[in-house]
Each structure stands twice: as structure tokens, then as C-alpha cells.
Design a protein around this ligand. Structure first.
Ligand code: FAD
Length: 423
């Protein structure tokens, strides 16, 4: 089994149970997903509006996302609670005798030994700061697997001597595996958004977003008594955009600003950025910065490829056109004056308001070593025999949508490789 789409899809299916709006379930995986039907008139209007522009409704799990859809959310409709790696995967296995979870513990480096000659480096274990603050060593009998995220996995590798030849100069760390691609190829979904004021009689969740006591009280009551309302769902996503029934501060003086009134917001994400950034460690003090975002230099290089700017600016213009023209959604809006007919104005808006989602990928990419790879197709770090990375950082091209589902599939597939290899 390899990394083709069929294997990927099988791994993805293994990860979840999907609860459909009609009560039917699909799959038998640990992660619980809920698929809602469009409920509010605005959600329905958004779908109908995109349909009227020639974008038919798509199945969010089909891999083809050319039109509107409602994305499933990671929540269990039976408990109305979020479903995630901890309660779906970890909790059912906590009692296993071969599993030890060490909370409040930070890995500061992997202990790598390089044999003389051309042999591959061997991971002997890891150095940790235990929850009592003591520095300890945990020995590995077979393998060390790093799953510390697209920012922290390359950091851990560099602190362990896996990185570019300048590691010694930059961090005072001996280079054990020379690979300048560690921490490179960083991608993120850059997003921007447009906000449209809606008619006064349209229902939105603005009052709840503004934390108005009555709205918050009603939301709490709805959730506690019936498991419904804004606290019961994280889902505002529809189609290839994120469509939200409230004001989003895309162009506000502060991200905390909430405008008075009622709005719909459309977030536009650049699915496949061509710009590439990097993340590198700036301090060899693995202990000091292990739990913070300090000690790393992240260079996002957003919009460094001019096509990214062009695509986003054209999306802004298209979205403005679509929302204000497409019926039935247009009839819910207050009169709107278009701002982005001039592409240069749209570009300036993108440059000024664009922000990164937290969808980092690519910093320990799985690809051929000479093309920029850090791990091979069994997720082993090149130049080592028993050190792997298994997390979002191995994904070499940003997925179309938010990465979480891909991470679960990668984890399932990676786990099957590890089991095969250790047999
Ligand atoms: C605010 C926010 C919102 C997001 N929203 C969405 C969303 O709506 N949809 C979506 O698809 N994705 C979303 N994402 C992205 C998604 O969470 C990530 O892509 C995904 O969690 C990556 O999985 P991972 O296992 O690679 O890393 P993580 O989930 O970050 O797990 C890495 C773990 O390693 C631990 N760790 C790191 N360094 C060390 C160390 N030295 N020692 C010990 N432990 C260490 C961390 O504490 C963490 O628990 C969001 C991310 C953020 C930050």
C-alpha cells in the first residue's frame, strides 16, 4: 500500500463515523462527524445563490469541491460535544499496558547517534523535561516518532542536529544529518474576507458574537436544554468559502472589534498557495522555549509569488459580484456599494487585510530528498534508520481545505506503515 489516492481515501474513511442529517451513519471510525443540513434562510440562500451562478451543490466528502456544500464538523451529535484526537483515539486506549502518556512533559531533543562511516543515524531516545521540571532521558527500544506540528517538529529536528550545515554556527548544535530542507516549504492558507450588512429582519448570530448578555444567556439555555444553538456547532462553513452569519473583523482596527448591526461574512482562502516560507530555530535552549512560540523565526513569505496576489484579488472581485448579484441571497442584503471593480484596489485590500489561517504544512515534506524532502515515503527522516515524523508537516502541498481531516488520514496511513515495518 502506498500514498495513492485510493490508499489515502481508505485511511480517511477509517478515521471517522459520519452522522448524516437523516440519522443514517456512515463508517465506523473513532472520530465522530456531524453533517448538518442547511437550516437558516441565509444558508439556504447562499447555496441557492451559488447554484444560480452555475456552481452546483457538491458532496463535501467527494474530494471535488467546485460548488456549495456544508462541511461536516468534528462533533458527536449524541453528546453534542466536540470529537477530537484525545477523546476519539486516546481515551479508548489509555488502559493499554504498552502505552504511557506523560502529560506536562516536553521533549527537548532526540538523542541521535551517528555511526562512523556512511551509516545512518540511530535515534537512541529523547531528552525530556518531566512535569516536575527534571531533565530526563527516555530510551527508545525501536523507534522515535515526532508528531509536534509543522512549527515544532522542524524545531525539534534542528535541536537534535538534523538540518542545514549552518546549524553549528546558528545554534551551536552539531550537524548529525545534513538536510537544508528541514523547516523549508512552509505553506499556509492566506485568507481575506468581505462583510455584507443584511436587512434588519434577518436572523444572524451577531448579538451572540458581541457577547450581549441576553444572546449569550439564550445560547447557553438552548445548549443546556436542547443541545442546539450557536454553542452546539462550530459549523459556519459552506462551499469553497467560509460563510458566516455574523460580522467578521476582516478590515477592522482590531480582531476583537464587533460591529453593531447584522451581517454575513465570506472568508476567501487561498487553497493552493505558490508562495513558500520557512520556520527555523533561533535558540538552542530547547527547554526555555519548548512551550512557547518563541525561539523560532517564521518567515511566511505570503504573496511572495505574484500569482497568489492575483488569484486572491480576483476572488475578492468575484465574491463581491457574486454575493451582490446572486439571488436569492442578494435580496437579504442592505444596499451595497461595490469597492473592488478595479483589480489594483482589490490587490491593495488583499495586501492590507490578508491574514494567515493556522493551517501550516510542508516543513518536513515527504518527497524525494534531492527535491526538498525531509522524510521518505515511510515517513523516515532521510539519513536516519529509526526516526520518523508523523504529523501535518509531512504534507508537501497544502490541502484544498482546512488540514485537520488530512492529518487524521495521514496518521492512519502512517500508523499502518509503522506497524508493517516493525513486524
Ligand atoms: C486556532 C486554530 C484553529 C484551527 N482551526 C482549524 C479548523 O477549523 N479546521 C482544520 O482542519 N484545522 C484547523 N486548525 C489546524 C489544525 O489544528 C492543525 O492542522 C492540526 O492540529 C495539526 O496536527 P498536528 O498533529 O500536526 O499538530 P498539533 O495538533 O499541533 O499537535 C502537536 C502536539 O505536539 C505537542 N508538542 C509540540 N512540541 C512538543 C515538544 N517539544 N514536546 C512535547 N510535546 C510537544 C503540542 O503541544 C501538540 O499537542 C487550527 C489550528 C489552530 C491553531
Amino acid at each position: 500500500m502506498g500514498w495513492d489516492y485510493a490508499a489515502y481515501e481508505k485511511a480517511l474513511q477509517k478515521s471517522f463515523t459520519l452522522h448524516k442529517p437523516d440519522g443514517v451513519t456512515e463508517g465506523n471510525g473513532p472520530l465522530q462527524l456531524t453533517l448538518h443540513a442547511a437550516e437558516s434562510p441565509l444558508e439556504k440562500a447562499w447555496i441557492e445563490g451559488l447554484k444560480s451562478l452555475g456552481f452546483p451543490v457538491t458532496d463535501p466528502l467527494s474530494g471535488r469541491l467546485g460548488g456549495p456544500n456544508i462541511a461536516p464538523e468534528s462533533s458527536d451529535p449524541r453528546t453534542k460535544q466536540r470529537s477530537g484526537a484525545a477523546n476519539a483515539y486516546l481515551d479508548p486506549t489509555r488502559s493499554r499496558l504498552n502505552l504511557t502518556v506523560r502529560p506536562e512533559t516536553t521533549v527537548t531533543k532526540v538523542l541521535l547517534e551517528k555511526p562512523s562511516g556512511d551509516g545512518k543515524a540511530v535515534a537512541k531516545g529523547v531528552q525530556i523535561i518531566a512535569h516536575d521540571g527534571s531533565l530526563q532521558t527516555v530510551k527508545a527500544r525501536k523507534e522515535v516518532i515526532i508528531s509536534a506540528s509543522a512549527i515544532k517538529s522542524p524545531r525539534l529536528l534542528e535541536l537534535s542536529g538534523v538540518g542545514g550545515s549552518e546549524l553549528r554556527q546558528r545554534l551551536g548544535v552539531d550537524v548529525i544529518v545534513d538536510n537544508p530542507f528541514v523547516g523549508e516549504n512552509l505553506q499556509n492558507h492566506l485568507f481575506i474576507g468581505l462583510v455584507f450588512e443584511v436587512q434588519d429582519d434577518v436572523d444572524t448570530i451577531d448579538a451572540f458574537f458581541r457577547q450581549e448578555p441576553d444572546a449569550v444567556g439564550a445560547a447557553l439555555q438552548d445548549y443546556d436544554s436542547k443541545g442546539i444553538g450557536p454553542l452546539s456547532t462550530s459549523n459556519m462553513a459552506l462551499g469553497n468559502y467560509v460563510f458566516g452569519l455574523a460580522y467578521a473583523p476582516f478590515d477592522a482596527p482590531s480582531p476583537n472589534y464587533r460591529a453593531p448591526g447584522k451581517y454575513v461574512s465570506v472568508a476567501i482562502e487561498l487553497s493552493h498557495p505558490l508562495s513558500r516560507g520557512s520556520v527555523h530555530t533561533t535558540s538552542a535552549d530547547g527547554a526555555k522555549y519548548a512551550k512557547t512560540s518563541e525561539g523560532v523565526a517564521i518567515d511566511f513569505c505570503y504573496l511572495s509569488n505574484p500569482l497568489d496576489l492575483d488569484v486572491l484579488a480576483r476572488q475578492v472581485r468575484f465574491t463581491e459580484d457574486a454575493i451582490t448579484l446572486a439571488e436569492p441571497i442578494a435580496r437579504y442584503l442592505k444596499p451595497y456599494t461595490k469597492s473592488f471593480e478595479d483589480l489594483d484596489v482589490a490587490k491593495e485590500y488583499v495586501r492590507r487585510t490578508g491574514d494567515g489561517a493556522y493551517h501550516y504544512t510542508g516543513t518536513c515534506s515527504m518527497m524525494p530528498r534531492d527535491l526538498g524532502g525531509v522524510v521518505d515515503n515511510r515517513l523516515r527522516i532521510y539519513g536516519t534508520c529509526n526516526l520518523r515524523v508523523l504529523d501535518v508537516s509531512i504534507i508537501l502541498l497544502a490541502p484544498t481545505a482546512n488540514p485537520q481531516a488530512v492529518v487524521y488520514a495521514v496518521a492512519e496511513l502512517g500508523a499502518s506503515f509503522i506497524k508493517e515495518d516493525l513486524q
